[in-house]
Design a protein around this ligand. Sequence first.
Ligand SMILES: [Zn+2]
Ligand SMILES: [Zn+2]
Length: 423
Amino acid sequence: MAVLASLPVLGAGNPQAESFYSIFIRTANTYNVKPKRLYELVMGVQNAAISKLKPNEHLRSLNGFSNTTEILVTGLERLTGNTCYRNHTFLKVRNVFARNHSGFFSETGKWCSRCIDPENIDVRELMISSLRGTYCCPIHNLALQSKCPVCFALQHFAWRCPGSRHCMKCGAALWKACEKASFSESAEWRDAQLRELVSFVSDPSSSDVSHDWSKKLRVGLDNLVASQRRRGELYTFREWSWIIEFKQALPLVLPRLENLLRLASIQAVSLTQLIISPEENCSPRLLPLEEMATEHRSRRSRPEDKWILAAEVLRSLSESDSFLPLPSATALARSLDLLPSGMRQHFPDQCRAYTILRRERAKKMADEEYLKVCAVADEYCRSMYGRDEHLYVRSGGAEIALRTGCSKHLAEAAMHVAMRNFT
Ligand SMILES: [Zn+2]
Ligand SMILES: [Zn+2]
């Protein structure tokens, strides 16, 4: 049996849905009692403890997804016989967002000047204007205000009629300021996400998000991270590291509205899609970023035969005559117009073997050359000594370097050794 009148509710299933806060206060106004009295009545009907609410908590307790909201909604539905009030709170998404409502509701009241115009008798508070980060009235497309145009005082929510028309501090008219809404692209996107969220929540045919929602999201993100080992093909570095960090925090806490909006923007899906099917909407993003299209792609899509050629060159050089000096693997890759790192990735074993071979060969060749230069130096010293001439390291080294074509440094070293035999 209904005890209280059931008021008609506006905007179910679209962004203009009225908030439960508004319904609650209109019901109290109908009986000409203070909303506090109605609150006590409803809590009493539900056998719930009456706690003292702070002014800023009213909105959260009435529109949000706390246990108090559940009690108040069930109580008022029992008293009025109306069963759709629940759709005008955010109880349906209580398993999605962090329970403390952090960053979910606006800290201050927001209103549209046209909505609270004195000519409009039936003022309602909309679900969307209570959310943080909404800037636009979905009915009039005007910018939402939060400060008194005269004294600039922020207007807080209180037990009063929805959309109070006068400043709480100086009493100035709040409906005077009238601005056409114009925002940045990201603010507009965000506004669209929140409108869609309100439409989803207030739709009588949509059902509650299940309690294992965050587990599903975690599975989706695990799959995403596992499938994209090589970051950078589809995500920027910042996006990817954010996803990893977000995933790691997820088992401990439910996400905040801000985080889910970020994930939705990275995945290029809407917030509501992410809420309805978290697993599917965490699949790897299909569209690559534009700025990575040119340079990065050309590396990846190099024709296969280039690598076959590289492997052949590598093998033939390894099997070549042992007197042929070998170029370094890096120089070899450069000469073939390939990336040295790609070469090492493609042929890790061959590259390692090649580098060892090249080092050994260079050492052997250096040893052989040294012995050859030593022999020449010995010969030179012997002839000079026979002619009874003085031996000098510098002039002798220059002479030997000229004869053998080796470096001056090596020639002088050989001179030092050779001179020991003749002095
Ligand atoms: Zn409006
Ligand atoms: Zn004021």
